[in-house]
Design a protein around this ligand. Sequence first.
Ligand SMILES: C[S@@+](CC[C@H](N)C(=O)[O-])C[C@H]1O[C@@H](n2cnc3c(N)ncnc32)[C@H](O)[C@@H]1O
Length: 359
Amino acid sequence: MGSYGDYDDLTAPHVIDIRSNVSELLSSEEIERSLKAEPPSFPSLLLWNEQGLQRFERVTYAKEYYLTNCEIELLKQHSHKIASRIEPSSVIVELGSGSLRKIVILLQALEDLGKPVDYYALDLSRSELERTLQAVSPGTFQYVRCHGLLGDYDAGLEWLQRFQNASRPRVVLSLGSTLGSFTRRQAAKFLGKFADALNHCVDGAVNSEPLMVIGLDGCKDGEKVWHAYNDAEDKNNEFIRNALDYAGRFLDNSVFQQHDWDRRGEWNEELGRHEQYLKPKRDIWFEGRCLKAGEKIFLVASHKYNSAEQQNSGLEQDSLNSRVGRHTSINTVTSPSLTALNLGQPCAGLYLLSTRRPN
Ligand SMILES: C[S@@+](CC[C@H](N)C(=O)[O-])C[C@H]1O[C@@H](n2cnc3c(N)ncnc32)[C@H](O)[C@@H]1O
């Protein structure tokens, strides 16, 4: 690794392939298994190819999609506070980086504070990483170096624990309510695994504070949420329907013809989440199984977190002014304690979590 001052070559940021298996992350077998299960579902990874990522970026500009603007506001308000907690020479990994629109606010704050750090955008599409990283091409910052990591969350988890990273202070970010697509239990487990990884340190990293920055949606107003995912310009519809085109690249294309399918979005009050389904308009035979006309086939959910649920996920609600330092353990997961600083309510919440294990 060169010194930060050497970082003046003007080529695009480098994308590092950290996939354990360089074949596609999604397989035809997995799609087949999901569709033949009872009840059938689509793997949500079908959302995230190059086209899906571009269509999702358009969703974030829909006027009904309040989440992005809420988070931008929170980051503008709190980026210097967060940046001041991040140590020089940190490795910062953003899980599911998407368009990078928001992270640049935090990167600029780090730059303003003159903190030399390495930022790694982790996502599933090389071409999208290359495209989005152009916003932070070499020369944009003097202190902040930007890179891409091509791989899934598991690959990111393993990469964070490699010797060259575990010997440095590390920060993990998850913005855009990405954790909302997990069930509450899965989200708690996911956070727990990354908290464990951050606590696995070697060499000089032992004295540093392992941090996570998590963006969750706190809005439980069913109507407002429904409109966010069912916008008047159909941006979300186009994003979701791309899963059919992507599935058709793996399996019998005739099954996934756009004109044979509807999309449906529903607010589930009981589970506090918005759910999205694809529904065949006619009976469709797939590998000996009939996908019935009108049958709702689950694709993705977006969980919303009120304060009680945030506690259940290990995200304690502290107001900005209150003391940061209470420990709360992640429900259902044997994991290190988290100290949470809640940086915003009620629409979206940003949480700064210190994952250090109590002594
Ligand atoms: C809801 S989007 C959020 C994007 C961005 N962070 C934002 O705030 O707008 C979820 C992101 O996670 C990525 N993603 C989904 N599943 C993933 C996985 N298993 N491994 C790595 N990235 C994943 C998607 O490609 C997408 O960029």
